[in-house]
Design a protein around this ligand. Structure first.
Ligand SMILES: Nc1nc2c(c(=O)[nH]1)N[C@H]1C(S)=C(S)[C@@H](COP(=O)(O)OP(=O)(O)OC[C@H]3O[C@@H](n4cnc5c(=O)[nH]c(N)nc54)[C@H](O)[C@@H]3O)O[C@H]1N2
Ligand SMILES: Nc1nc2c(c(=O)[nH]1)N[C@H]1C(S)=C(S)[C@@H](COP(=O)(O)OP(=O)(O)OC[C@H]3O[C@@H](n4cnc5c(=O)[nH]c(N)nc54)[C@H](O)[C@@H]3O)O[C@H]1N2
Ligand code: SF4
Ligand SMILES: [Mo]
Length: 759
């Protein structure tokens, strides 16, 4: 069988989740859109997806007032007519019986999860009076917003109007922050989201952890399939044999945490053998001589004992990259907060790409273009040089360019940062308990708050800790801002209601405007409603609003994408060049060239294994594990254990275990062991997002293990404050022993509860 036969992209539309359930092996395809049949499919409303953050254009089919299916919008550049399993399973969220239905007000102690249903007026008045009191007593700096997701824009606007600069998204310091800083330092611009990686046209793709195929960012997965079809060479560096590794020519099962050593050795080979792109480096780069001297000692032989990757493999893979350049792409990754030295590791990835001449080149990184969409004209109070609560001393984590979520937590705990405290939070679309490392710290911050309001769609853990809960309408029931990301071609896409909001849920634009009115900043919300707002923005960009509503996405003309076609090489660095040697890092007292330190990684203690996490194709974190459609495929996570390790422990495939970490913290629930040779013996792997403790998630409660519970340690990146979370070790406790001793209610009890719900 040729490699391409493994991948099935397109194919028939998704007929419910049965198609997902029937998928075999480890690859889940993307689902295309056959021509709709109005007789059976009803009317079609275009919009864009919110099951993750890629924002693929969708076409929702509505019949008798119900959404019957969701397919890709062929007019949309991000979906190209196809959706990933999650996007196709969006109705599982819309019709989730556990959805938040009415506003809730806490009764009793915070966290005890006793609430009463109240009217919107009562709930909004409670939020406004608490925020007003906090602002009057402590100033707007005592308020903080945590958010994730496209709908957050209404609430960041509200916070700006109130004068609070504390806008934190865990998708920065717990996700892509180090990469954006590393690429900014090197090329003078971040990689962007969606990433400007030219995966489809590459001749050699290097994936360092990026587990495309499990990480299901739609367009990238389609492009990855194209690269495989084109017989591009694929090199996957991962301690685990990922789905991507199964498509690769080389799988490098690296010792966890040692990627920087490998990257330096690759640079060493390219430079020593003069296989780098000399003309490109001479024309565009700064600091080559320093780099050359710096990497001279980092030979493949030096890297071998550190990485476990044999010298001849390091040389052979460097040769493949050199042979393909400039169409050689070392993927920048996305979730890169691993070991605390992450900005330096992603800097090394950026430098390696520079040596390959791939930035701005076909098959490397394209130069993205963005539709110019003027903002809605409305005044906002001017905040001069805002100092944010997470970093009262801006010389700490000096290159952080967004607010650090864990810093905002620390600033909430009495004495935490030694400065005036944050007293009130709004949490929008972010389940902080399963997102930030060290749950004890998050809980301590929450307990120290004067007031916590969450805006959510499901009764997640964060909701249980809130004082007021505001039920938002789902993405299929509301207007949101226009989407116009920088991409291959500039375009705009619209989110519009597909069906009226169910229950007493309300769209974010309405909630934010009502709060604005109550808090005396209503004049910053001059639009009548979400649609009026979007119409003004679309028309100011020269886009016909009626057409946009009809087609969902409208493409605009764009310029050249590659240097070779005339795209202008512009580097927003101090030197105006690609900085191999970073002057900015040097000025701040950091290493200007990425440097390996043997104590960067620690080996696990005897009997312990490094805890690694990642994604499953059919889920987005914990936000979809209660989705009955999507959970038909992966209802709970498994603990990946190397076969030899399992043998040493006498663990059988499917046997249930609890995990306990180096600090004695044991998982609340158990999960089955997956005995496999697809992972190194020194690590175990869990898909993130399972093991919900919130009982109102009647399907997801108690299923699988929550990795975040076990992440009690983290290592903070000194450059920008990202939290490296791959620094915890776990050991096994047999569920039979634990449950037998009656110590904890195990997953079995929880599964009984959910079985009842399903019946
Ligand atoms: N289906 C699905 N897709 C998603 C998401 C989702 O929730 N579900 N979330 C989206 C989001 S927000 C993000 S940020 C991305 C994240 O996706 P990526 O950026 O691709 O992934 P990571 O979570 O960083 O990486 C997980 C992989 O890294 C490997 N790994 C662990 N430690 C090491 C190491 O030391 N070295 C190397 N080389 N590899 C290591 C793990 O074995 C695993 O295969 O996925 C996106 N796509
Ligand atoms: N242990 C561990 N921690 C991680 C990661 C990991 O792999 N392991 N991954 C990290 C990464 S890559 C990221 S990006 C962050 C993301 O972590 P978060 O910022 O927490 O984002 P999500 O998990 O997507 O947020 C989920 C919340 O959004 C709610 N929600 C879903 N749709 C809507 C909506 O339309 N409106 C509203 N108001 N709410 C909605 C869900 O019900 C849920 O409560 O987590 C990071 N933290
Ligand atoms: S990648 Fe999947 S879940 Fe994410 S926006 Fe696209 S279709 Fe939705
Ligand atoms: Mo992320």
């Amino acid at each position: 069988m040729r490699r391409r036969d493994f991948i099935k992209v397109g194919g028939a539309g998704l007929a419910g989740a049965a198609a997902l359930g029937g998928a075999t092996g480890n690859w889940y395809g993307l689902y295309g859109s056959p021509i709709p049949d109005p007789a059976t499919d009803g009317t079609v409303v275009p919009s864009f997806c919110e099951l993750c953050f890629w924002k693929c254009g969708i076409r929702a089919h509505v019949k008798d007032g119900r959404v019957t299916k969701i397919q890709g919008n062929p007019a949309d550049p991000l979906s190209g007519g196809m959706l990933c399993p999650r996007g196709a399973g969006g109705t599982g969220l819309l019709y989730d019986p556990d959805r938040l239905k009415r506003p809730l007000l806490r009764k009793g102690a915070r966290g005890a999860q006793t609430f009463e249903e109240v009217s919107w007026d009562t709930a909004l008045d409670a939020v406004a009076s608490n925020f007003r009191r906090i602002i009057d007593q402590h100033g707007p700096h005592a308020l903080g917003l945590f958010s994730h997701g496209f709908g957050a824009s209404w609430f960041t606007h509200l916070f700006r109007a109130l004068g609070s600069p504390n806008l934190a998204a865990p998708s920065y310091a717990q996700c892509r922050g180090p990469r954006d800083v590393g690429f900014q330092l090197t090329f003078g611009s971040p990689v962007g989201s969606p990433e400007a990686t030219d995966v489809a046209n590459t001749r050699c793709l290097v994936l360092i952890g990026s587990h495309l195929g499990e990480n299901m960012h739609n367009t990238q997965v389609q492009d990855f399939a194209a690269a495989i079809r084109n017989d591009a060479d694929i090199i996957v560096v991962d301690p685990r044999f990922s789905v991507a590794a199964s498509k690769a020519r080389h799988w490098l099962p690296i010792r966890p945490g040692s990627d920087l050593a490998l990257l330096l050795a690759w640079m060493n080979v390219l430079i020593a053998a003069e296989k780098y792109d000399r003309a490109y480096i001479e024309q565009y780069a700064y600091g080559f001589e320093q780099l050359k001297a710096h990497v001279a000692p980092y030979t493949p032989e030096w890297a071998f004992p550190r990485t476990g990757i044999e010298p001849q493999v390091i040389r052979a893979t460097a040769e493949l990259m050199a042979g393909a350049r400039p169409a050689a792409l070392v993927h920048p990754g996305r979730h890169v907060t691993w070991y605390g030295n992450d900005t330096q590791r992603t800097r090394a990835i950026a430098i390696l790409n520079a040596l390959l001449g791939s930035w701005g080149r076909r098959g490397g990184f394209f130069m993205p273009a963005q539709a110019e969409v003027p903002g809605y004209t409305c005044s906002l109070p001017h905040v001069a040089e805002p100092v944010t609560a997470d970093r009262p001393d801006p010389s700490v984590y000096p290159l952080a360019d967004e607010v650090l979520a864990q810093g905002l937590c620390q600033a909430t705990i009495p004495g935490g940062l030694g400065t005036p405290r944050v007293r009130g939070w709004m949490v929008y679309g972010s389940n902080l308990l399963s997102t930030l490392p060290n749950q004890k710290e998050t809980q301590a911050a929450i307990q120290a708050l004067d007031f916590l309001v969450s805006v959510d769609v499901l009764p997640m853990e964060i909701v249980g800790w809130s004082d007021v809960v505001l039920p938002e309408a789902t993405y299929l029931e509301r207007w949101d801002d226009l989407n116009h990301p920088a991409w291959r071609t500039p375009f705009v896409s619209v989110r519009q209601p597909v069906v009226p909001a169910l229950y007493d849920s309300k769209p974010g634009w309405w909630i934010a405007k009502e709060l604005g009115n109550r808090l005396g900043v209503g004049d910053h919300f001059p639009w009548a409603d979400g649609e009026a707002y979007v119409k003004v923005r679309a028309e100011s960009a020269g886009v016909d609003f009626e057409r946009l509503k009809r087609e969902g996405s409208v493409a605009l003309a764009g310029g050249p994408r590659y240097f070779e076609d005339g795209a202008v090489p512009e580097f927003g660095t101090d030197s105006g060049k690609i900085e191999l040697y970073s002057q900015t890092l040097a000025q701040h007292g950091f290493e200007p060239l990425p440097t390996w330190h043997d104590d960067d990684v620690e080996d696990p203690p005897a009997g312990y294994y490094r805890l690694l996490t990642g994604r499953a194709p059919s889920h987005t974190f914990g936000r979809t594990t209660n989705n009955r459609l999507l959970s038909q495929v992966h209802a709970e996570n498994e603990v990946w254990v190397n076969a030899q390790v399992a043998q040493q422990w006498g663990l059988a495939h499917g046997e249930r275990v609890y995990l306990q970490n180096q600090d004695g913290v044991r998982s609340s629930f158990s999960a089955p062991v997956k005995v496999t040779s697809r992972i190194r013996p020194d690590a175990v792997f869990l898909v993130h997002g399972y093991g919900h403790r919130a009982r109102e998630l009647r399907f997801a409660h108690g299923r699988g293990i929550d990795d975040t519970e076990l992440i009690t340690r983290y290592r903070t990146d000194p450059i920008m404050g990202g939290t490296g979370m791959n620094v915890n070790f776990v050991t096994f406790l047999r569920a039979a022993d634990v449950d037998g001793a009656g110590a904890t209610p195990g997953a079995h009890a929880a599964l009984a509860v959910t079985a009842e719900v399903r019946a």
